[in-house]
Write a protein that binds this ligand. Structure first.
Ligand SMILES: Cc1cc2nc3c(=O)[nH]c(=O)nc-3n(C[C@H](O)[C@H](O)[C@H](O)COP(=O)(O)OP(=O)(O)OC[C@H]3O[C@@H](n4cnc5c(N)ncnc54)[C@H](O)[C@@H]3O)c2cc1C
Length: 405
């Protein structure tokens, strides 16, 4: 995977001071660059530093590419409502002349399943979701059987089905569209790595690039994905975000399974249609979920843990054919599994857009807009993302997201 957008030359970058330097040009960094560059009230210059312009190992390129409104936190629901509307009207937002981005958006629901043990939590989340005006329905086991005859529901107490505003799309195409638009609007991308931050008391005054040396900045944004904690540490700041490996498996099923949503099993397993087949995955148990930076695929996990659960939920998956698999990394917030957004309380020109814990792709439009507002106006203007600020970490006030897939 490569991008054909222009990147800056050596002299152009190091001899200038930038109003905003964004570290990391994945979907989050590029969404921020787009919204900032598109903001008429922001007259400044934007540099995006990306160490791997192929994005081969980025979370964005390795994502499962799905969006849902079924979260347990008000903020996450509203973030995804904006995200879905943005994706649906992407032609209006990110078209380049006559060329509209093709992100292949499929509108299809998530189906969260619960046994007796989990049904109260499902109902609680449902109440929060309805309070945000989302179209979700609680289904009884009989209603599940009727609607999805291929699903085994004997052990279930119910399910929550998204009726609108959920689905999946091409993650890499969204990244490209944001990057292309940001570049066209004047943001500059440079292929380099930030290896140091210069902090003078309560300000970041510049970054050190591996190839180009020191570059001054007015604001610095941490959009470094699973490497976010390493970047924060360069400013002497601790961030509870860890790289946690997640595997995705693609398989074919000889029997037709019509109209499958993205199913989230009570065991944590998920699967959804993809092309001719399905993708699936499941988080490892917490005791096996160590920090990881490798990309090795553990096929035994599929044989021993995933396939039995797939076949238990959908008997037709007994005869599935595994075709391929890949590994990527969540930027996992060990504190409360939610994003950390906005300025650091003591270093006000260092802004976070980190810790998405597996739901950052769908959050990129709202986060891009929100961080651009923080930089331009010093406050959120549209959606208040204040409860997701870094402040909650030293204050030990988690804003826990229960619905992590
Ligand atoms: C297997 C998997 C499935 C997922 N499924 C979903 C899903 O269905 N829906 C959803 O919403 N989200 C999903 N996610 C999460 C989502 O992909 C991420 O939250 C999102 O892509 C984060 O984007 P990002 O820009 O923060 O990180 P990245 O895409 O990782 O980008 C960060 C970039 O920063 C660069 N970088 C890091 N450090 C430096 C440095 N020091 N100098 C220069 N550059 C640097 C890296 O090279 C990288 O390109 C999934 C993730 C994985 C791994």
């Amino acid at each position: 995977m490569t991008l054909d957008h222009p990147t800056a030359g050596a002299g152009e970058v190091s001899t200038r001071s930038w109003d905003v330097i964004i570290v990391g040009g994945g979907v989050i960094g590029s969404a921020i660059a787009h919204f900032l560059a598109a903001e008429p009230a922001f007259p400044g210059t934007i540099l995006v530093v990306e160490r791997d312009p192929s994005y081969a190992r980025s979370s964005t390129a390795l994502s499962a590419g799905s969006i849902r409104q079924q979260f347990s936190t008000r903020e996450n629901i509203n973030i995804s409502i904006f995200g879905f509307d943005f994706l649906k009207a992407i032609d209006e937002h990110l078209a380049m002349g006559a060329e509209a981005p093709d992100i292949g958006l499929v509108e299809a629901g998530y189906l969260f399943l619960a046994t007796d043990q989990g049904i109260d939590i499902l109902r609680e989340s449902h109440a929060v979701q309805r309070g945000c005006d989302t179209a979700v329905a609680l289904l009884s086991p009989d209603a599940l059987r009727e609607r999805f005859p291929w699903l085994k529901a004997d052990d279930l107490a119910g399910g929550s089905l998204g009726l609108a505003g959920e689905g999946w799309f091409d993650a890499f195409a969204l990244l490209q569209a944001f990057r292309r638009s940001a570049t066209a609007l004047g943001a500059v991308y440079v292929d380099d790595e930030v290896i140091g931050l210069t902090r003078a008391g309560d300000r970041i005054t510049g970054v050190t690039l591996r190839e180009r040396g020191n570059v001054a900045c007015g604001n610095c944004v941490n959009a470094a994905g699973p490497s976010a904690a390493a970047l924060a540490a360069m400013a002497g700041i601790e961030l509870p975000v860890r790289p946690r490996k997640r595997l995705v498996f693609y398989f074919l099923c000889p029997d037709a399974i019509a109209g499958a949503p993205l199913v989230v099993d009570p065991s944590g397993l998920y699967f959804r249609p993809e092309g001719e087949g399905f993708i699936c995955g499941m988080p490892p148990p917490p005791e096996d979920d160590a920090d990881s930076t490798d990309f090795d695929v553990d096929y035994a996990m599929f044989e021993d843990c995933i396939w039995p659960r797939l076949a238990n939920r959908v008997p037709a998956f007994e005869t599935l054919k595994l075709r391929r698999a890949w590994a990527g990394h969540y930027a996992y917030n060990t504190f409360d599994q939610n994003a950390v957004l906005g300025p650091h309380p003591d270093v006000g020109n260092f802004l976070f857009a980190n810790g998405f814990s597996g739901h950052g792709l769908q959050q990129s439009p709202a986060v891009g807009r929100g961080i651009a507002e923080c930089i331009t106006f010093g406050a959120y203007r549209t959606l208040d993302l204040g409860r997701l600020s870094y402040r909650r970490i030293p204050a030990r006030r988690p804003l826990r997201e229960i619905a992590v897939v």
